[in-house]
Structure formats: C-alpha cells, structure tokens
Design a binder for this molecule. Sequence first.
Ligand code: ZN
Length: 411
Amino acid sequence: MAISEALLQKYARLIVRTGANVQPGQVVQLTVSVEQHAFAAMLAEECYRAGAKKVNVDWSSDAVSRLHYLYADEDVLSRVLPWEEEKMKQMAQDLPCRIFIASEDPDAMNGVDVQKLSSVSRSRRRVMKPYRDAIDGKHQWVIAAYPGVKWAKKCFPDLNDDEAVDRLWEAVLSTVRVSEDNDPVQAWKEHTDFIEKKAAWLNAQGFASMRFKSANGTDFSVELIPGAKWEGAGAVNSLNGAFYIPNMPTEEIFTSPMAGKCEGTLVAVKPLSWNSQLIEDFSITFENGKAISCRAAKGQELLEKMIHMDECAGMLGEVALVPKESPVNRCGFLFYETLFDENACCHCALGAGFKEVLPGGDDLSVEEAKEKGVNDSIIHVDFMVGASDLAIDGVRPDGSTVPVFRNGTWA
Ligand code: ZN
C-alpha cells in the first residue's frame, strides 16, 4: 500500500490526541474491523502514549454481521444478553473514551431486510438506552475512517484494489487535514476555531426561521426551535472539561429545526445512498412540516418507503450548513459513507433530531425533547441541498432578514 507508515502514525495520533483527546488515566474502548488490526495496534499504542489506563478493543466484521442478519431470527438478534448489559454497566462506571473506526463495505447489508435491521436496532437500543443516557455528555468519543478494500472499490469500481484504496486514502487524508508536511493538530485547531466562531454568530442572531433558495427549484422555509443551539466541530466532556471532535472529518454547523414547521421544496444536489441503494435526482416537497410528495429520477419507491418508515420519518430532524469549499466536496465523488457525504455541502435530514441542541438537552428524555420540537424517528437520513448558487437567509423574530449563505458559501 502506498500510504506511508509515517503518515498513518500522524493520522492515528490525530485521532487519539485531537479527536478523542485521551486523558491520562482514562480507559479507551476502541471499535474497529478485524481487517484493520494493524491500525488498531497503532491506535492502541497512541492511546497508551497519551496515558490511557487500558485500551479495550471491540472487533467487528461486516461479513459476519451480514450473516447474522441473513440467518439468525429477529428475536434472537433483538435480545441483549446479560453479559452485554453488564459490559454497558461497566462502561457507565468507567466512562471510557470511545474510538470508532469506520471502514465498512457500503454494500455489506445488501439484500438484508431493512425492516429487520431497523427493528433489531430499535429493540436493542431500548435496553441499552439507560446506559447510553448515563454516559452521554460524560465521555469523549470520535468516529474516523480507515479505507477498506470493498469500500474503496465501491467508490472507484474501475480501479484495481490497490489503486482504489490509494485514491480513497488520498481523499480521506485531505478531508481530515493530514499531509506529509503539515501539523494536523494545528490545522484542526484553526478549523474548529472557525466553525465555533460561525456557530457563535448564528446563535447570537436568534433566527426564528431560515429560507433556502436556488435555481434548481429549491424554495423552502423552516422554523427553528427558540433557544435551540447551532452546534459544530467539537464537544466538551462535562465531567473533565476535555474538548473532543466526535466526527473526523467535520465541516457542518447543525441544529434540529422545529418538527412539523416547514414549507416548500428541497432539491437534492447529490445522490443519496440508503440501505445500499441509490436515490438520484430527487426532490421532496413539504407541507405543514411533513413531506407530502417526492420525485426521483431513480429510486422513487425507495424514497417513498423512507419517508413512510414511521409516523415522523417525513419530518426534518436536522438542518446543517456546510460551505461548498468543503474538502469533502472538493473530492468530487460520493463516499457512500455519511461521515463524509454529509460534510460535502448544506443538508437537511429526515427523521430523528438531536436533543442536545436544546438548553439542558442532555438531561431531557426523547419524549420531553419531542414536546419542545425535536423530531423523533427510527430513521435519520441526510440529503444534500447545497447547490453552488444556494442562498440562505436567516429570518429574525421581527421579520427582518439577514443573509447567511450566498452562492453556496458563507455570505
Ligand atoms: Zn449533518
């Protein structure tokens, strides 16, 4: 493989030091594919160098997960075993830093029943929820990527395995600001400072709603939740004050809009990969906050199915601002991985919102957050609307407007 050991080391260090920001004495829980065992060892060593007390590894395998879903019964998969619950209890005690390495084959779950997938994850989530809630906001975590062969071949089907992986590495490293001759830690400091400054500006504006318009037919307005924050880049562990970056890369500043309060049409500017299938050249029209119709040149049925996955799947859970100069956008291809694709340009998401954007949101239940306007659904699907001429206006409570985006970037 063409990527040098030195560059990999730099990347591993960035994930551990800037992403998870592992503190001396902390336990680290690393989730990584068996195929990336060498990188796992590199990360583990970086964690120990940062002072980690212990690094635990959860090994995953796309191929085996797929077999579970093809062969095992839904109720068997849905059941959380006592030892799994014990493990979560331990996690709620240790509050480990969590590092997730994404390298999946985007087609891994091809042919698996979508309903089975989501109902298994829903059942498991119900049992795991108290533990998730217990660690929420009290530990650092990060998701970063490591190009696997199948993933790379999905992005570059015409290249051979090695070439495809090299191309994907090149792209991944450019989006996470790692190069031979830079200091990525410093590059990330500048990047997160910029995003935080923009988020602070948006929060100071106190917009009541946002209007989106572009020549492709996007003509849309959405109400915001009074007091809900625009967030981006980093987060802070409320227990120890450690600043961490949950997603690498990250370019977006996002909020959850008022569920059920939007009107108009959003036209997608990039294909959407959902459950290993593509939806292309599509638009969604909203009335009274709900998707009432959609059109797609390809994948119309799938899009309709998505919108009707449950009662609230046709409502928005996220609005996110990403300037068109994003390094992900500059790569110019579809990654088939939300971690990257949602950082290409401005987007909205159908389905669940984020309660943490509400004041004191970490301590609210999903039901309480819903009452305040944060949507809840089994889906959360981002779709890109950041046309190169996209104009976004913020509307103040008194009706006056402020330009936020012009020509697809900050005004
Ligand atoms: Zn997003």
